[in-house]
Write a protein that binds this ligand. Structure first.
Ligand code: SAM
Length: 266
């Protein structure tokens, strides 16, 4: 890299660059991209994962917010005909503009922690385009994504992501793999959108509403937290015990509550 392209990591863009070759290789092997596949990398940074993704022979689009990284990325990769760079905010990016076939897009990113949750929801709004997603996230967030009912990690994020996807917590990554090292542990997660939703809700927005209300006060009983939305009788008619707390319900039970709400005149 020439002097003029030296880049200082920026905190406001959540820049913690991967430099551990073993970790980079393990991530790339987990993704196992093949020639001709449609790949999308969010936040390529200085190209730690980009290089290996391009070497797979896949068609790679990258979305990077930091303008100063554009020359660094172009210098390394602009000559490769399977590389396309989009400078901008991934949270505002229109994924349909990529022209990818349904269920073809393989999304990858060592994500800035401050945008990880909204970005996952932005991507899930186009879940039909996506084959799978591999993300480096804060370990605590991965634990919440992969949680099952009954524990403190089970909440809005677990439920709304598991509504759309199968979630696999692949492996953990310590702070030393990054430059600068973050203050928290990280982990790699794989999200695979369901081809057929296992528990489809009549109205997805009502599921969001029920889950948000229920977990607003997670220590309280459902009868209490949901009283503005559903009566005790309606909760019982949905096959749910109103004396339980929200973390004790599985996804199917939340969908039954949302479907009960959908029966009310809106
Ligand atoms: N992939 C690189 C790596 O593993 O070394 C960089 C990872 S760094 C944690 C996150 C990257 O996302 C940075 O390059 C940052 O500039 C970029 N970024 C931050 N916010 C973004 C956004 N809203 N849209 C697109 N990229 C963003």
């Amino acid at each position: 890299m020439t002097e003029q392209y030296q880049h200082k990591a920026r905190k406001r863009f959540g820049q913690n660059f991967l430099h551990d070759a073993g970790v980079i290789d393990r991530i790339l092997r987990s993704i196992s991209a093949k020639a001709g596949e449609r790949l999308l990398e969010i936040g390529p940074g200085q190209g730690a994962l980009t290089q290996g993704l391009l070497n797979s022979g896949g068609q790679l689009d990258v979305v990077e917010l930091d303008k100063d990284l554009v020359p660094i990325l172009n210098q390394q990769f602009a000559g490769r005909d399977n590389f396309r760079l989009h400078q901008g905010d991934a949270l505002k990016f229109d994924f349909t503009s990529l022209g990818a076939a349904p269920r073809s897009l393989r999304v990858v990113g060592n994500l800035p922690y401050n945008i990880s949750t909204p970005l996952i929801f932005h991507l899930l709004a186009n879940a039909e385009l996506i084959r799978d997603m591999h993300f480096m996230l804060q370990k605590e967030v991965v634990e919440r994504l992969a949680a099952g009912p009954g524990g403190g990690d089970w909440g809005r994020l677990s439920i709304m992501v598991q509504y759309h996807c199968r979630v696999e917590h692949l492996f953990n990554v310590g702070p030393g793999a990054f430059n600068p090292p973050p203050k928290v542990d990280s982990a790699i997660v794989r999200l695979v959108p369901h081809t057929t939703l296992p528990h489809p809700a009549k109205d997805h927005r009502l599921l969001e509403r029920i889950v948000r209300e229920a977990f607003n006060q997670r220590r309280k009983t459902l009868r209490n937290t949901l009283k503005a939305l559903l009566s005790s009788d309606e909760i019982a008619a949905a096959g749910v015990d109103g004396s339980l707390r929200p973390e004790q319900l599985d996804l199917a039970a939340f969908v039954r509550l949302a479907d009960k709400l959908a029966e009310q005149p809106q």
